[in-house]
Design a protein around this ligand. Structure first.
Ligand SMILES: Cc1cc2nc3c(=O)[nH]c(=O)nc-3n(C[C@H](O)[C@H](O)[C@H](O)COP(=O)(O)OP(=O)(O)OC[C@H]3O[C@@H](n4cnc5c(N)ncnc54)[C@H](O)[C@@H]3O)c2cc1C
Length: 457
């Protein structure tokens, strides 16, 4: 009998298990494939490796102004790129295996199923007994009722990681983070990329003003973007994909060489527990949990992608760590705003609520602090002038949301995450000294703008 068993070894399962073991618990992970889960094997890490490579191409292409010669002719050796991606993934996978050994976490390889509050049954009949169980089985690629993945012409994010062949014309259906990152990767690998999105903006739900900047920047890179557009039909005939769309620009058609379906991710909840158990799913199949991430079965928790939005690696791992803390100390699982980013170039990152939502709560009393990258000294020096930092605050300057589009947005969102999660006022953060010249100063200026104290605008 172990103290805690995690079903699934993604960011939720593996980070939770290491945390539990380091807190003195006897911890075990059941994983059917490899440690690291979607994030390490087919998600965050391989995509960011590819993004790093294509960004080098893009930077070189824009280097003329700095006197760089030959930048326009730079190209990527796709086989070498794939190998590098595999090297990164396998090194980090071995790293987790090492951490497991060091922390004393037991890894059980194979597919498991929760059959009782204290039991996971493995496919080969072995039974694992645990005082606490955490279901962290993650998610898988979604399809549309009329568009199914075939892995060749109609692919998902997992197939897109194999960049050994680059389609001339790529259609990306869905303009969330996964769709946009792949649109950016393939655009700079040489595809002509068209993105269609059902909602009226890319990155649906994000702050409209920062989204507008990102949209304009991606369009400047010749990525075609059609919002408020429904994909009605996708047919493959003689190796060519014929697609039909409707929406604002109604009734248009297109021909493509490949389609990337990026329309969300479905929970892996089927078959992970016995049907008779009191564990409930919502209509979409996400496991339902209470505020402390407990399922309806005593001692059985769930976390990460399998319980719903936002489907982000850091959400999964922080939830798993919070479950460990809850078991050990009874501390409630914190209900924090989760920051999110899309790693296109420029990047976009956000935390907390949008300006539109803040206006619903506080009306015209909402305070907005903005600072354009174009006014920042470092941004000019490194030719990263496309961007905006926007801080959304309550009438008393409490920071409610942070929205950044521009270089390093994913890193720069940190002080705004601190402010939103700790309910800090913009004034308090102004006391922090930011190094000059850094892009971080743009964040300081936007916070200062909330308080009427900006210097460079
Ligand atoms: C292309 C792409 C890019 C992404 N980029 C980012 C990013 O930049 N930043 C970010 O925060 N998030 C990103 N994500 C999302 C991120 O990968 C997920 O949010 C995260 O992996 C969820 O972690 P998890 O532990 O809940 O599940 P997963 O990582 O999906 O892990 C679940 C694990 O459970 C195993 N499993 C499932 N069922 C069983 C079973 N019955 N028995 C044993 N094992 C089982 C699976 O094999 C898997 O290893 C990206 C996702 C994709 C697809």
């Amino acid at each position: 009998m172990v103290d805690i068993a995690f079903l699934g070894g993604g960011p939720g399962g593996y980070e939770g298990a290491i945390t539990a073991a380091r807190r003195g618990m006897n911890a075990l992970v059941v994983e059917k494939y490899k440690l690291g889960g979607t994030c390490l094997q087919w998600g965050c890490i391989p995509t960011k490796t590819l993004i790093h490579a294509v960004r080098m191409v893009r930077t070189a292409a824009g280097g003329k102004r700095y006197g760089l010669r030959g930048g326009d002719g730079v190209s990527l050796d796709l086989q070498a790129l794939n190998k590098q991606k595999e090297r990164v993934v396998s090194k980090l996978t071995r790293g987790i295996e090492f951490l497991f050994k060091e922390a004393g976490v037991e890894l059980v390889s194979g597919t498991g199923r929760v059959t009782a509050a204290d039991t996971i049954l493995m496919e080969d009949g072995r039974e694992i007994k645990a005082r606490n169980i955490v279901i962290a089985t993650g998610s898988r690629m979604a399809e549309l009722p009329h568009v199914k993945l075939d892995g060749e012409r109609i692919i998902g994010s997992r197939h897109a990681l194999d960049v050994t062949s680059v389609p001339d014309r790529l259609l990306v259906i869905g303009a969330g983070a996964i769709g946009l990152e792949n649109a950016f990767i393939y655009r700079w690998l040489g595809s002509e990329v068209t993105v269609v999105e059902l909602m009226d903006q890319i990155m649906p739900g994000s702050d409209a003003e920062t989204v507008a900047v990102l949209t304009a920047e991606l369009k400047k890179q010749k990525i075609r973007i059609h919002t408020a557009t429904r994909t009605d039909r996708v047919d493959v005939q003689d190796g060519v994909v014929h697609a039909e769309f409707s929406g604002e620009e109604s009734g248009w058609r297109g021909e493509f060489d490949r389609v990337l379906l990026a329309v969300g991710r479905r929970p892996v909840s089927e078959g992970v527990f016995d049907p008779g158990l009191p564990i409930r799913l919502d209509k979409a199949g996400f496991i339902q949990v209470d505020t402390n991430l407990r399922t309806g079965l005593s001692g059985v928790y769930a976390c990460g992608d399998v319980i719903g939005q936002p489907q982000l690696a850091h959400k999964a791992s922080h939830q798993a760590m919070a479950i460990v803390e809850h078991i050990l100390t009874g501390r409630p699982v914190p209900d924090h705003a989760v920051p999110a980013a899309v790693f296109t170039d420029p990047e976009m990152a956000s935390v907390g609520i949008t300006e539109a939502r803040a206006r619903e709560i506080h009306g015209d009393q909402v305070k907005i602090g903005r600072f354009p990258y174009a006014a920042g000294s470092r941004a000019n020096a490194v030719d990263e002038k496309a961007g905006l930092v926007k801080v959304v605050a309550a009438p008393d300057n409490t920071v409610l949301g942070g929205h950044i589009v521009g270089a390093e947005a994913g890193e720069l969102i940190l002080p705004l995450t601190l402010a939103v999660q700790k309910h800090m006022k913009a004034d308090e953060l102004l006391e922090l000294t930011f190094i000059h010249p850094t892009l971080g100063e743009n964040v300081w200026e936007a916070l200062a703008a909330v308080c009427g104290r900006a210097v460079h605008i």
